[in-house]
Design a protein around this ligand. Structure first.
Ligand SMILES: [Zn+2]
Length: 130
């Protein structure tokens, strides 16, 4: 009886990403933290998020070629506004004026997160070069 559509289609294994929604989004300094509805947490470096923008200005929509010049993005770029887009994404308005980037939840969830919070640079910055 409870099985309405509990079995995912074979072509789409893994968790049903449509159900992966943020429960809470908080920004602290240069970190953006997303707590997902299932209790998982993702921590992003906000500039990395900016660089990961997949909008048509940053990525060629036909070739998929990355067009954003990382050097053009200020080191201190940060979200000034975060809006939800439907039930599947957030749109981030950035301090550098860029506001066309939409970040689908499933993409955010799949992105590598910055696990270690900053705060103790001497401990987190490892420079293997001598
Ligand atoms: Zn963009």
């Amino acid at each position: 009886m409870p099985n309405r559509s509990d079995s995912p289609s074979p072509a789409n294994p893994g968790p049903d990403l449509r159900t992966v929604t943020p429960r809470e989004i908080t920004q602290a300094g240069d970190r953006l933290s997303i707590t997902w509805a299932d209790g998982e947490q993702s921590l992003f470096d906000v500039r990395e998020l900016r660089l990961a923008c997949g909008c048509a200005s940053c990525v060629d929509e036909w070739t998929g070629e990355y067009r954003l010049d990382a050097d053009s993005v200020p080191q201190d770029v940060h979200p000034i506004q975060i809006d939800s887009v439907g039930r599947y994404a957030i749109q981030i308005r950035w301090s550098d004026g860029h506001d066309t980037g939409i970040y689908p939840f499933d993409r955010l969830r799949a992105m590598p997160t910055s696990a270690a919070p900053k705060g103790d640079p001497s401990d987190t910055i490892a420079d293997p070069s001598d």
